[in-house]
Ligand binder design. Sequence first.
Ligand SMILES: [Cu+2]
Length: 742
Amino acid sequence: MKSIKINLNRLSIIIFIMVSSGVRAENEIKILPINITEKTINEQSYISGGYLNNELIRFNSIQSNDSGSLLDYFTGVDSATNGGASSMPVIRGLADDRIKIKVDGMDLISACANHMNSPLSSIDSANVEEIKVFAGLTPVSMGGDSIGGSVVINSAKPEFSKNGKRLFKNKGSIFYRTNNKASGININSSIASDKLSFNYNGSYIGAENFKAAKHFKDSGIAATGREFIRGDEVGSSAFKDGNHMLTFGARKDNQLFNIKLGYQNTPDQGFSNQRMDSTKNEIIKINTAYQNNYNWGNLEARFFNEKTQHSHNFGQDKQLPYSMNVLGMPMNAKGHNLGFNVKADILLSQKDLVTIGSEFQRYRLDDWWTRSGTGPMSPNTFQNINNGERDRFDVYAEWLKSWMPNFHSSVGLRYGQVRSNSETVHGYNDNNSTGSTTHNQLNNSTAFNNSNRSKNDHNIDLSLLGEYIVNKKQSYEMGYAMKTRSPNLYERYTWSTWMMAANMNNTYGDGNGYVGNVNLKPETAHTLSFSSDWHDKAKNNWSFKATPYFTYVDDYIDAVACSKVGKSCMSRSDGFSTLSLSNQAARIYGFDLSGYQSLLSVKGYGDIVLKGSFSYSRGKNTDANDSLYRVMPANTKLALEQKYGQWTNRLEASLIQNKTNLSKIRNELETPGYGLMNVFSTYNYKNTQLSFGVTNLFDKYYINPLGGSYIGQGATMMTGISNIQGVPGVGRSFNFGLTIDL
Ligand SMILES: [Cu+2]
């Protein structure tokens, strides 16, 4: 793979001009004045973002199978807990759907009222070959319909043999983690000629509930009719997940064709910060791509089709029977995601590269809850979202210009049309009250059915980025980006103010109930950022980067009291609230610092590098004068890496400040500050790799500031749990891994 990289924004734009490793050498394009080698890309990537190299990905895999955990290596980027295998990205205070996630070029959408099948859950971290993160100043070619940046995750590209020989590779690995008794297996097999390639990648993991470092609640039965749960055990954190992917590749001259067929089965996944658990999740996908490179540039076309079937109910730690013969609450969702993308990189001259592209995505969603018992959850099926539609059509153009050897710019413009709609709905019944509980099922559905639900958004994105290289030791980047996101179907089309139903619509993990708002407008972020980069001439010894940023979000979709948008929700006394959503004004500012220092002076101990980062961000809803929800407190990450003979060692430390800037409307809980240490070692012997690690070395008890509220056990359907406890972090775990290449 030949890549040409221009350091335009803080997180680097990496443009893969050439198609694949199969591109013939005589077609290599060398137009741009900066020629940065793969080594430099990897070097830079370690902590300051941009691009995460393979080795670190492998390293991470002994501690987590959650692809989201890989994001923690990037400065200013974190993952918000959401079940054992499906965390959500948080980049500089913006989370979840505000971040564009492309997995193997596919734009994925979560088909669940709790985002249990968030896009990052669709790929096991063991199958991740590369991950790139674009924060705030994201070039328009890297994704629309998002305001907080892009996460690009790819599995391995088809590999071909050289010199007419046959390629045959097998790799297997197993792992075990003591804290939650997680064990699993990954298998990767390839067979290829120089023209055809075939690969299978499979992974399976099963894990029990994890344990916090101390008892944070009383021991006892988890819920009526459920088993005993210890005081340090985090309820509803157990999970099972299986992933299979077949990749077929074919190439001829400069053309590459590949098909990826994926099947994912997650039979069980608990959610400690949701009232429900995932009891089934099946995803089938087909993803085909064609790439060709011509003397004028490169063309890429992709077609994908993905179907998700999802069910949730109360899992092993949550109460199943309620009064009136209710035995659980079956909820189902079905999503169908179909897309067609085409993109061309055109070399206009030695100094101009124009990228034009178009994306079409057709998305359908049904979310329905079958009856349960003989009371208010009967006799009909509750239609949470009935035939939801969200179709997106985008066109964009981006122009990269090298004005002088030390000055480059990128200008991009994207237009996106998002059309969404949903059909009429009905509740379990037409009752508006039962005893003291107000249901509003008929009032709500009538109001919703009479509303104008067909929406057509016209969204404009703009990016202006520039880089000035002063000399071999310092460079500066700055830019402005305007990015727009249309509301998702749950934000727009959930309709019931009935507390029980609203409780089930929550994509935030904060335990509140939410009712959508059909009048929501798209949100538009304006980001200004500047980045300075100092380093030694060869970029080998040290580097220091500083990136301040400021974002103003117009029409930011935030939680508001129901009365603010003309809805009536019952007040409650469990510390949670039933809320709706509205367009507000928000601003986020902060800065990221990162750097590394090679400790060459320590002779005789191999290569040792010290890496560090510091992030600070502050987010505010300026209309409500309230803090934004789920903004990571100030934090420092440090890592000491050593390569010594067959050994690779890594010592990690992180320090996280207490969280006191809280979203009042969402009843966000304060979290104390804490420090953690992890240690990892890998030993390579011939074709065998042995890994050992201890996470949370000193068994420190802490509350994850992005973990949401703990509702992992008990009677979670109504108001049986109080908002008093955040989800604790994982206690000490000894992790073992063994990988064999055959
Ligand atoms: Cu779900």
